[in-house]
Design a protein around this ligand. Structure first.
Ligand SMILES: NC(=O)C1=CN([C@@H]2O[C@H](COP(=O)(O)OP(=O)(O)OC[C@H]3O[C@@H](n4cnc5c(N)ncnc54)[C@H](OP(=O)(O)O)[C@@H]3O)[C@@H](O)[C@H]2O)[C@@H](O)CC1
Ligand SMILES: Nc1ncnc2c1ncn2[C@@H]1O[C@H](COP(=O)(O)OP(=O)(O)O)[C@@H](O)[C@H]1O
Length: 512
C-alpha cells in the first residue's frame, strides 16, 4: 500500500491512471488466473488494515455497504475488523438485495453473515467513531437514486472520519464528476483507498474535494498495464534545479534564456482599468525560476510605461509597441496575454507569426477564441513551433465554443479536444490540472490546493512556463515538451506548500 497524496518526497514521478473499462478488464484478467474471490479478500484486508492504522482508537465502526462488489469489499473488511479487533463494535448498514448480488459480493455477504457483526436497517442513531464507505465504487455511471441516495446524504453530512473504499461514493471514476443531488464536499475528515488501479476521477474535477486529504493505493498484487492508461498522474516536480544552476560556472545571463511577457494593459489603454500587475507577476515568476533576462511589454503608450518594477528591478519594462519593434518576439520565449485586455486581439497575429516559443494565457486565449479564421495555429504546427495554451475552465469553454459545466464534466476529454483542435500543448487549469498534447496520453497533476484559488496565481504559472520553455533545448520531441509543461504545472502546485502562516498566500507570496 502506498500513499499517493500528499505526495511522499521520494515518490515515483509518474503513475498510470486507469478508467472504469481498463480497471474492469484488468480485474477480469486476474480473476481468471487467481483462486475465487482472491481480489475481494485482498481488498477487504487492505481496507481493514488501513482503517485501524488511520483511526486506531475507533471503537464504534459503521460499514456502509452497497449491493455491488464495492459493498462486497466493505463486507469483507467488516468481517476482518470484527475478527482481528474483537473488542470493537462493528456494525454494517447494507443496502444490497440478496436476489441481485454479483458472485463476489454474494460470497462476501455470506462470509460477513457468519462474522460477529451488528446489522443495521437504517442510519445509526448517533455518529460512530469511524465510517467505512463501501456504498458505490467503480460501477457508478449515472445519478444516484433511491435508498442509496438517502444513505449517501447521511454519509456526506456525517461528522465521523470516513475511509472510502476504492472511490468515494458518488464520484465518477473516469471524470471526477459528482453524480448526486447532495453536496460533494463532505463535512468530516476523509481518506480514500484506491484498489487495483488508480482512477483519473480521484485527481481531477471534484475528485480531490470529495476524496479527502489523503489518497492511498493498493494494487492488490497486480501490475496494471501502463499502455492502457487513460492518463498519467504527475506527483512531483523536478525543476528548477537551483544547485545545478549554481554549479554551471560557464553560464551567463544570455545562456539562460530570455522571456518576454506581453500583456498588462495600463489604465489609459483600457478604459481606466489597469491590469499591469498580471504581467509583472508572470515576469517575476519567470525571473525567479531562472530565466536569464526577462522583459515586460505593457499594453499602453510609451510615456505611460513605469520606469521599473520596484519589487523586482531586474525586470526590463517597455511598451508592447517597442517590444514588437525589436527582435524579442523571435529571440525570447513569449508569454502573451496576462492582463493584456482586449488589446491582445491586435497583437496576437504578430506573436503567432513570429514567436517559435509561445505561451498563450488569459486575454490571448480570449483573442484566439474570437478568431473566425478556421485554423490560426496551422502554420505554427507545420513549422513545429511550440505553442502552450493555459486556459482556466471558462477560457477553455470559449475555445471549445461550449460552457464551463461541459468542460468540467469531463476535463480529460476537454483538454484532449483542445490540444487536437489547436495543435498545442494545453494546460486545463483548476483542481487536478490536465496537460494534453496532440496524440499523446495526457497528464493529470496531483499537486495544488485551494490556496491557489487567488487572483494572479495563473499569471505566475504562465511566467514559470515561459522560463521553462526558454531553458528547454530546441528542438524537442513532443513528449519532452509535454513532460516539461506538466512538470512546471506540478511545481506551481507545490508552491503554497512552503507557506508558513495561518492565512493563505497571495499570488505574489508564491514567488516574491
Ligand atoms: N474492478 C476492480 O478494479 C476491482 C473491483 N473491486 C471492487 O468492486 C467495485 C466495483 O463493483 P461493481 O462493479 O459491482 O460496482 P459498484 O461500485 O459496487 O456499483 C454497483 C452497485 O451500485 C448500485 N448502483 C449503481 N449505480 C447506482 C445509482 N446511480 N443509484 C443507486 N445505486 C446504484 C448498483 O445497483 P443496481 O444498478 O444493480 O440496481 C449495484 O448494487 C470496485 O469499486 C471495488 O470496490 C475489488 O473488489 C477488486 C478490484
Ligand atoms: N482549488 C484549486 N486547486 C488546485 N489548483 C487551483 C485551484 N484553484 C486555482 N488553482 C490553480 O491556480 C491557477 C489559477 O489560474 P487563473 O484562474 O488563470 O488565475 P488568474 O487569472 O487570476 O491568474 C491555476 O494554475 C489553477 O490550476
Amino acid at each position: 500500500m502506498q500513499r499517493i497524496v500528499p505526495c511522499p518526497k521520494a515518490s515515483t514521478p509518474l503513475r498510470p491512471l486507469h478508467d472504469r473499462d481498463a480497471s474492469r478488464q484488468l480485474e477480469q484478467r486476474l480473476a481468471a488466473t487467481l483462486p475465487p474471490h482472491t481480489l475481494m479478500r485482498r481488498a477487504g484486508l487492505a481496507v481493514a488494515r488501513l482503517a485501524m492504522a488511520w483511526q486506531p482508537h475507533a471503537q464504534r465502526i459503521v460499514v456502509l455497504a452497497g449491493g455491488g462488489n464495492n459493498g462486497g469489499d466493505g463486507l469483507v473488511a467488516a468481517a476482518r475488523l470484527a475478527q482481528d479487533w474483537p473488542e470493537r463494535d462493528v456494525a454494517v448498514w447494507w443496502l444490497g438485495d440478496p436476489e441481485r448480488l454479483p458472485d463476489d459480493a454474494r460470497w462476501a455477504w455470506q462470509h460477513a453473515r457468519a462474522a460477529n457483526l451488528t446489522w443495521l436497517q437504517a442510519a445509526p442513531d448517533s455518529p460512530p467513531d469511524l465510517v467505512i464507505d463501501a456504498l458505490l465504487g467503480l460501477g457508478l455511471d449515472r445519478p444516484v437514486q433511491g435508498t442509496t441516495l438517502a444513505a449517501l446524504r447521511w454519509l456526506q453530512a456525517c461528522p465521523a472520519p470516513t475511509l472510502c473504499v476504492d472511490l468515494p461514493s458518488g464520484l465518477d471514476p473516469n471524470t471526477g464528476h459528482w453524480w448526486a443531488d447532495t453536496p460533494a464536499q463532505p463535512v468530516a475528515a476523509r481518506a480514500t483507498l484506491s484498489l487495483l488501479t488508480l482512477k483519473p476521477g480521484l485527481f481531477t474535477g471534484l475528485g480531490r474535494a470529495v476524496a479527502g486529504e489523503t489518497i492511498w493505493f493498493d494494487d492488490l498484487g497486480a501490475q496494471a498495464d501502463p499502455t492502457t492508461a487513460a492518463a498519467w498522474l504527475v506527483t512531483s516536480a523536478g525543476w528548477p534545479d537551483a544547485a545545478a544552476l549554481r554549479a554551471d560556472h560557464a553560464s551567463h545571463k544570455g545562456s539562460r534564456g530570455d522571456v518576454l511577457v506581453l500583456g498588462g494593459a495600463l489604465p489609459a489603454a483600457h478604459a481606466g482599468v489597469g491590469m499591469g500587475g498580471a504581467a509583472l507577476l508572470a515576469a517575476r515568476a519567470a525571473l525567479r525560476a531562472g530565466a536569464g533576462r526577462v522583459y515586460v511589454a505593457l499594453v499602453g503608450e510609451a510615456n505611460q510605461i513605469p520606469p521599473w518594477d520596484a519589487g523586482q528591478p531586474a525586470l526590463m519594462l517597455r511598451s508592447a509597441a517597442a517590444a514588437l519593434d525589436s527582435d524579442l518576439p523571435e529571440r525570447a520565449t513569449v508569454v502573451a496575454g496576462c492582463g493584456g485586455g482586449p488589446g491582445m486581439a491586435t497583437l496576437l497575429d504578430t506573436v503567432l507569426a513570429r514567436s517559435p516559443r509561445l505561451v498563450l494565457d488569459a486575454d490571448a486565449l480570449n483573442a484566439l477564441a474570437g478568431r473566425t479564421d478556421p485554423d490560426p495555429l496551422a502554420q505554427r504546427r507545420a513549422r513545429r513551433w511550440w505553442t502552450v495554451l493555459t486556459p482556466h475552465p471558462l477560457e477553455a469553454a470559449r475555445l471549445l465554443r461550449t460552457d464551463t459545466a461541459s468542460v468540467q464534466r469531463d476535463r480529460l476529454a476537454a483538454a484532449r479536444t483542445l490540444a487536437e483542435r489547436w495543435h498545442a500543448v494545453v494546460v486545463l487549469k483548476g483542481s487536478g490540472s490536465v496537460v494534453a498534447a496532440p496524440g499523446l496520453t495526457p497528464r493529470v497533476v496531483a499537486s495544488g490546493s485551494g490556496w491557489l484559488a487567488t487572483a494572479g496565481s495563473g499569471d505566475t504559472l504562465a511566467g514559470l512556463l515561459g522560463a521553462r520553455l526558454s531553458a528547454l533545448p530546441w528542438p524537442a520531441p513532443p513528449e519532452d515538451l509535454l513532460a516539461a509543461v506538466a512538470d512546471t504545472v506540478a511545481l506551481h502546485g507545490t508552491l503554497p506548500e512552503h507557506w508558513p502562516h495561518r492565512w493563505p498566500p497571495t499570488a505574489s507570496d508564491l514567488l516574491p
